[in-house]
Write a protein that binds this ligand. Structure first.
Ligand code: SAM
Length: 337
């Protein structure tokens, strides 16, 4: 038999130094302790139709992760921190206002973005030194992860101030855990360069990383980036994770060239994307070497005889001369028709 659920507002929503559910039948006037901003009235937030009063906070910079799509993906501790802070430093105050409205939080917002300068940082540091609790958020996910905040955290640390993490959603980890690619070691690269030549150079630099590569990508560049990655890495396994935690969440898996072909043939996808690429295996490494050898041979054969081109590339790559010559012959035959 199912036990009846305990009404949420009577539960010990315990909290230690967190938040307490306001039960108006038992609440005494003024209960709730000192607030971080005495002039602002009780620091509260609402969830599931219940109001909770946040406990006061000590001075510091609180780095708060927010949802990457689904507004439910936020911790109770994050909500109480946002409610009880003296101010929330937000990348785009309009975006954060939507989140705050959803949870009935009225903390003042201050704009803090990638162009915020030293003068802004100094003002924030001064506020913390004077005893204030400031929460830092980005538009979505974890601040500082391909988002602003690093220089502010650095400045706070240099001043000996408290920096507190409020962990939560990040597209990189959400995508990694559903990718089906190795998770024991991974490398977060963030965004690749926008131009193809620079992108290929960067991808070549990442070729020997012994873990899954995690990349953020824009929807209008995903087809091109997949094609470049296929050219540089050969037939590695990859995953495209799109719109995670949202209505049109899609996770596609395949080899780089399969995915490149699929995205090239379809209309440009909408939304936000994480691209994940498996580390090289002995098999894919062989294919990568062959692809590199082919590029070098084609380049050399444009200027030299087949024999000379093969000798040149064998010298450059350290591959056996006989193999390189055989490959050069095959490529020249292909080129002839
Ligand atoms: N700090 C954020 C985090 O921790 O996830 C990332 C900020 S970065 C400016 C934004 C990029 O993250 C997007 O362009 C996309 O590549 C990725 N991203 C954010 N939300 C996503 C989602 N719901 N699904 C897939 N990718 C997402």
């Amino acid at each position: 038999m199912n036990r009846p659920a305990v009404p949420f507002n009577r539960r010990a929503w315990h909290t230690g130094a967190m938040a307490q559910v306001i039960d108006n039948r038992t609440r005494r006037p003024g209960q709730g302790g000192r607030l971080a901003s005495p002039g602002r009235g009780p620091a509260t937030f609402t969830a599931f139709g219940l109001a909770a009063e946040a406990e006061p906070m000590s001075a510091g910079l609180y780095v708060v992760a927010t949802p990457i799509g689904n507004l439910g993906d936020i911790s109770l501790r994050a909500l109480q921190t946002l409610a009880a802070s003296d101010a929330i430093l937000a990348e785009d105050t309009r975006v954060t206002r939507t989140l705050l409205a959803h949870y009935g939080i009225t903390t003042p917002l201050v704009s803090y973005h990638e162009h915020s300068n030293d003068a802004v940082r100094e003002r924030m540091i001064l506020r913390i030194r004077e005893g204030q609790a400031l929460a830092l958020v980005s538009d979505a996910g974890t601040p500082l992860v391909s988002d602003p905040g690093y220089r502010l955290v650095e400045a706070a640390i240099a001043e000996g101030l408290r920096v507190v993490p409020l962990p939560g959603a990040s597209a990189a980890l959400a995508a990694l855990v559903v990718s089906g690619l190795p998770t024991d070691r991974f490398f977060f690269e963030g965004f690749l360069p926008a131009r193809s030549a620079a992108r290929k150079t960067r991808l070549a630099e990442l070729a020997d990383i012994p873990g899954t590569l995690v990349l953020y990508e824009a929807p209008h560049r995903i087809a091109e980036s997949l094609a470049d990655a296929a050219a540089v890495f050969g037939p590695r396994a990859a995953t495209v994770a799109r719109e995670l935690t949202k209505l049109f969440e899609t996770v596609r898996r395949g080899t780089l060239s399969e995915l490149a072909e699929a995205y090239a043939a379809e209309p440009q996808p909408k939304g936000e994307i994480v691209l994940l690429i498996a580390p090289a295996t002995a098999e894919t490494r062989g294919a990568e070497t062959r692809a590199t050898m082919d590029d070098k041979l084609r380049d050399a054969m444009a200027r030299h005889s087949v024999k000379d081109a093969a000798a040149l590339v064998a010298g450059e790559t350290g591959l056996p001369k006989r193999d390189v010559y055989a490959r050069a012959l095959a490529l020249s035959k292909d080129a002839l028709g």
